[in-house]
Design a protein around this ligand. Structure first.
Ligand SMILES: C[S@@+](CC[C@H](N)C(=O)[O-])C[C@H]1O[C@@H](n2cnc3c(N)ncnc32)[C@H](O)[C@@H]1O
Length: 379
């Protein structure tokens, strides 16, 4: 098992990448060589955070692209020994352990007999061994939360970002470089009202607030209550006052909040996430792409109705298909009357179908996840 796509989806990808498709799929199995973090400029100086990581023996540097971005070198791949009992983890947890994160109990699917202090190893559901370490739970009692294994060996190595003081004190957020561009391209001014329609865990909303110096209003919508709780805990960790997390289906903002008018809107909707890397395996279908693309258009339709005239909308996805990217952009232009606007910074390659003002990040060409960004103006 590796990356498995149904025939129609494979054809969609070949339509985008042609003979490069195989290289794109290979790149998706590995992490970028540099892992990006965003510094909360309201609390810290990126140079100080770089020094802090360097003092921990981490190879870290400032990004040449964005002031607030720093990157950490990813070591690997290494071969991991199968020590002790096997813990089988879900896809997300196994991919995190592969990068050196600890294993948390909600990610444990099943386990051989384990007691706290035992040496153990972690595999995904297909038996790929991704890491090993020391267990902190007992297989005799049900899994709840907390650390299940501290990772000492993994296929790739990154520091335990979430265990650092910089993380605990809200000085850094984990975010890929293309994802950081979204708030930068939106360029929010202090005092502006920004609506983030699909916000959890709030990374982009909090970036917007930081750029505004915490002197604007950011409405962070998400329809999943547990994920809204995550936005709220991130608001507390980062220490921002201007973000309001709202548990609501944002497709109905117009009906639920008739007086809501935004200066700027972010639409970062659910997508097939085909650009996220590294991937241990995937089982995606063309029908998932089609379902997402219908859903994505609904968010843009609402965005167009709540943004003021002259206002801006940024649309972004972490996926690769035309149907969820350029196809949605064409819909926004043709059916919603939005104007595709130039982006700054523009670092990726232009969009397909002649939409050169859109921005694509291709995993075989840039050391980033696959990503797509479009900016619209409402005239
Ligand atoms: C790609 S994630 C957003 C990531 C986020 N923008 C960030 O940068 O941290 C998409 C989010 O959309 C939310 N979502 C899905 N359907 C929604 C809906 N109808 N209304 C509001 N949020 C929705 C999901 O719960 C998920 O948190």
């Amino acid at each position: 098992m590796g990356l498995k796509y149904d025939q129609r989806l494979l054809e969609m990808l070949v339509g985008v990448y042609g003979p490069r498709t195989r290289m794109v799929l290979e790149a998706l199995k590995t992490p970028p060589r540099e892992y990006a973090l965003r510094v909360n400029m309201l609390k810290a100086d990126p140079d100080d955070v770089v020094s802090e990581f360097e003092a921990m023996g981490v190879r870290c540097r400032r990004s040449q692209v964005l002031d607030e971005a720093i990157t950490i070198e990813v070591d690997g791949p290494f071969t991991v020994r199968e020590r002790g009992a096997r813990i089988t983890a879900d896809k997300f947890a196994a991919e995190s352990v592969m990068l050196g994160s600890n294993l948390y109990e909600p990610g444990v699917l099943r386990s051989e007999r384990v007691r706290p202090g035992d040496e153990v190893h972690v595999a995904d559901i297909y038996g790929h061994v991704v890491g090993s370490g020391i267990a902190h739970f007992s297989s005799a009692r049900p899994h709840t939360k907390g650390v299940a294994m501290t990772t000492t060996e993994s296929v790739y190595r990154l520091p335990q970002i979430r265990e650092t003081a910089a993380y605990a004190e809200g000085r850094i957020q984990e975010q890929s470089l293309p994802a950081m561009l979204v708030a930068r391209i939106l360029d929010p001014e202090p005092g502006e009202v920004v609506v983030d329609m699909c916000s959890a865990p709030g990374t982009k909303a909090l970036h917007v607030a930081q750029i505004q110096g915490d002197r604007g209003t950011v409405y962070a919508f998400d329809n999943a209550p547990n994920r809204v709780a995550k936005i709220r805990s991130e608001i507390r960790r980062i220490g921002i006052k201007s973000v309001r997390a709202i548990p609501r289906d944002s497709r109905y903002i117009k009906q639920d909040f008739p007086s809501m008018i935004a200066d700027k809107v972010i639409v970062d909707p659910p997508c097939t996430a085909l650009g996220v890397r590294p991937k241990l395996y995937e089982d995606a279908k063309a029908s998932d792409v089609e379902a997402c693309s219908v859903y994505q258009r609904q968010f843009l339709e609402t965005a167009a109705s709540i943004v003021k005239e002259g206002g801006e909308i940024i649309y972004s996805t972490c996926t690769l298909t035309l149907e969820e990217n350029e196809g949605v952009v064409e819909y926004a232009i043709e059916s919603l009357g939005l104007e595709l606007a130039p982006q700054d910074p523009l670092i990726g390659s232009g969009g397909l179908k002649g939409l050169m003002r859109a921005q694509r990040f291709d995993p075989d060409r840039t050391d980033t996840p696959g990503y797509f960004i479009a900016k619209f103006l409402k005239r």
